[in-house]
Design a protein around this ligand. Structure first.
Ligand SMILES: CC(C)(COP(=O)(O)OP(=O)(O)OC[C@H]1O[C@@H](n2cnc3c(N)ncnc32)[C@H](O)[C@@H]1OP(=O)(O)O)[C@@H](O)C(=O)NCCC(=O)NCCS
Length: 166
């Protein structure tokens, strides 16, 4: 019923609207600007790198996950599922797809930053095998990402890692 595949060029125009629609899940005040979505140039770059996954329902795109490779890891930079299709396992399938991509590239794991307390953020990733990193474990990139989020007024943010056994 729901499928995950690599994005194709014609999918790209749909993704920012899905991210906007998914932002309704966040309580007021948690996001600096719910219209602040992933720029098209970044989606295009991830698509070129084959690091943009989409989920489909009956051929229609209803979610996506965009990653970047850095320092022997994949960083899951953004993921969203349209709320009409939420809580049906679509997000979990996307995360599993990203983990598979990291394994195929023989990388050490998958990182992300997310809200510590919202059930569909850190607790959701925790159920999929991610763990929260302590301050001393943060790479330069993760520290920079959390710092940028803090400067935008975002609180309760954490970095998480899914480790892939060597
Ligand atoms: C995160 C997100 C992609 C998950 O997509 P999804 O298709 O709903 O994911 P799943 O169905 O696999 O799992 C969702 C889990 O979130 C948790 N959850 C709890 N309350 C929830 C709520 N009100 N809405 C959605 N999920 C909720 C549950 O653990 C749920 O799993 P369960 O239904 O098995 O209990 C989606 O919620 C979303 O787009 N959120 C807004 C954007 C976002 O937070 N992106 C991730 C930022 S790091």
């Amino acid at each position: 019923m729901y499928q995950v595949r690599l994005a194709i060029l014609t999918d790209l125009d749909l993704l920012q609207d899905i991210e906007r629609a998914a932002s309704v899940l966040f309580p007021a005040g948690r996001l600096p600007d719910s219209d602040d979505v992933m720029p098209m140039s970044e989606l295009e770059a991830a698509n070129r790198d084959r690091l943009l996954l989409v989920s489909l329902r009956d051929e229609g795109v209803i979610g996506f996950a965009m990653s970047k490779e850095y320092d022997g890891l994949l960083h899951l930079a953004v993921m969203a599922v349209h709320p009409d299709h939420g809580k049906r396992g679509v997000g979990s399938k996307l995360v599993q797809g990203v983990i598979e991509q990291a394994k195929r590239r023989q990388l050490r794991g998958v990182t992300l930053t997310t809200f510590r307390d919202l059930p569909w953020n850190a607790p959701f990733y925790g159920k999929l095998g991610f763990r929260t990193l302590s301050d001393s474990e943060l790479s330069f990139m993760l520290r920079e990402t959390l710092g940028k989020e803090e400067s935008l007024g975002m609180t309760e943010r954490v970095a998480m890692l899914y480790s892939i056994a060597a």
